[in-house]
Design a binder for this molecule. Structure first.
Ligand code: 4AD
Ligand code: MG
Length: 428
């Protein structure tokens, strides 16, 4: 049995595999707190009910002893996890010969991150990973339901997608290539083959930002489809976010409890998400006393202020063209603007989605490639997509770790990856 299924086994003789995470003794009785990968429960060992050698042994088990336990599963209101197993026997698999290096008292983030390989075992960190797993599952479920094919894109790439300042260079035999910043350009090729596609994998940004929202390696899910206009891009990102959030609220209550996540703000999220033009958002920020000029990009303080205006994520659309990537289509109504959208998460979690309509005009793209100092030769294949069977298309990218951080209510995006990569952290 896995511990998460214990309620189905009330009154049964059960056997679990577990690790010891804590213990308490009162002479005649030992309470052992244990975990497996799915949850937590208490093992109760009563003197006289088990043989004396076993009773003695249970009083001296070290934290992180791995063992199998057999006993009777019972409901126990008073137990921390609601259930206990009245222990009959144990079979030890391994016993640490040193004290567990992570103390029970709170430790600082630097120490914990250096112990990430062990820290992951703690209840909160495991709860985040279970929620992350659910989010990935529900993302794939959403795109399957919507008729998208999963077609993944390469990580070694010859050129930039999101600007040349955040590229990681790698040696590739006799050439320099880069780690992908986004699957988008290849995704566009895939969309023109298969109509509706998504890629889902790691992307890399050499971002010299030590903020609570930035990783150098993160996962993005990027749908791309033909005839996507800006409204359908906002609609699809809204529906994806809502699907993911509902799945977690429905199936990960326990994990949200372990994280002490206040779920009221999550339950308050409703569709349709508010939509606001960039122009309007600049006015709003000015009213709130921000010294912001039309044409500047947003940082965390601006995004946080915007998010205060709604319980639900807010879609900001039609950014100034010059602050967005080379591939963004200009708004035919006002060519200074681009048909791009960012979705800003509530509660100050910042941008979780970036996307938009892609430019189709070959001359415009050639001009932009020049303006952005991108190597023309490397984009010939991309321009072929406009030469042969071109149709309007677009899509977006949702950042997995920022979404996990928001839903879990984490202080910092680093806890949403098992082994986060940041400017100042590459180990373990
Ligand atoms: O806004 P971005 O840069 O958009 C793109 O890469 C587009 N090519 C996507 C597309 O249209 N197919 O990144 C998309 C999302 C952001 O909204 C954010 O959630 C996340 O990726 N993101 C990061 N997450 C963690 N650390 C970073 N350094 C991130 N940079 C972006
Ligand atoms: Mg963006």
């Amino acid at each position: 049995m896995r511990i998460s299924d214990i309620s189905k086994h009330e009154g049964d003789k059960v056997s679990i595999f577990c690790w010891l995470i804590g213990k308490r003794s009162s002479g005649q009785i030992h309470f052992l707190q244990v975990r497996d990968g799915s949850g937590y429960c208490q093992l109760t060992v009563v003197k006289g009910e088990v043989d004396d050698v076993l009773f003695e042994k249970c009083g001296h088990l070290a934290i992180e002893t791995a063992f199998r336990a057999q006993g009777l599963a019972v409901r126990q209101e008073k137990a921390k996890f609601g259930y206990e197993i009245l222990l009959k026997n144990i079979e030890i698999i391994s016993e640490p010969d040193k004290e567990y290096p992570i103390p029970r008292k709170p430790s600082g983030p630097d120490f914990l991150l250096s112990m990430r390989h062990l820290w992951l075992r703690s209840p909160k960190q495991s709860a985040v990973m279970r929620i992350r797993s659910k989010i990935i599952e529900s993302i794939r479920e959403f795109f399957k339901k919507e008729g998208f094919y999963c077609v993944d894109t390469p990580i070694f790439t010859p050129s930039a997608c999101e600007g040349t300042t955040t590229l990681f260079k790698v040696d590739y035999f006799d050439e320099n290539v880069f780690l992908s910043q986004s699957g988008q350009l290849y995704n566009e090729a895939n969309a023109l083959a298969l109509e509706k596609v998504y890629c889902f994998g790691p992307v890399f940004r050499a971002e010299k930002s030590k903020t609570r929202r930035h990783l150098t390696e993160f996962w993005q899910v990027e749908p791309e489809w033909i005839f996507a206009d800006i409204d359908s891009i906002m609609e699809t990102s809204q529906n994806l976010i809502m699907h993911v959030l509902s799945a977690v609220l429905e199936e990960n209550r326990n994990d949200l409890d372990i994280l002490e996540r206040d779920i009221k703000p999550l339950e308050a999220v409703k569709t349709p998400f508010p939509r606001m033009s960039y122009n309007k958002s600049v006015e709003l920020l000015k009213e709130k006393g921000f010294e912001i000029e039309w044409g500047s990009d947003y940082g965390s303080p601006e995004e946080t202020e915007i998010s205060k205006n709604s319980d639900s994520p807010i879609c900001i659309h039609r950014f100034p063209a010059h602050i967005k990537a080379f591939y963004m289509k200009s708004d035919p109504v006002d060519p200074k603007l681009s048909l791009g959208v960012d979705v800003i998460a509530p509660e100050g979690y910042g941008e979780i989605v970036g996307g938009g309509v892609r430019e189709e005009g070959i001359e415009i793209l050639e001009q932009r490639i020049k303006e952005h100092n991108l190597p023309k030769e490397d984009f010939q294949w991309y321009l072929d997509l406009r030469r042969y069977g071109s149709v309007p298309h677009g899509g977006f990218g949702l950042g997995l770790e920022r979404t996990v951080a928001w839903i879990c209510g984490l202080q910092h995006v680093r806890e949403s990856a098992a082994f986060p990569r940041m400017m100042d952290r590459i180990k373990p």
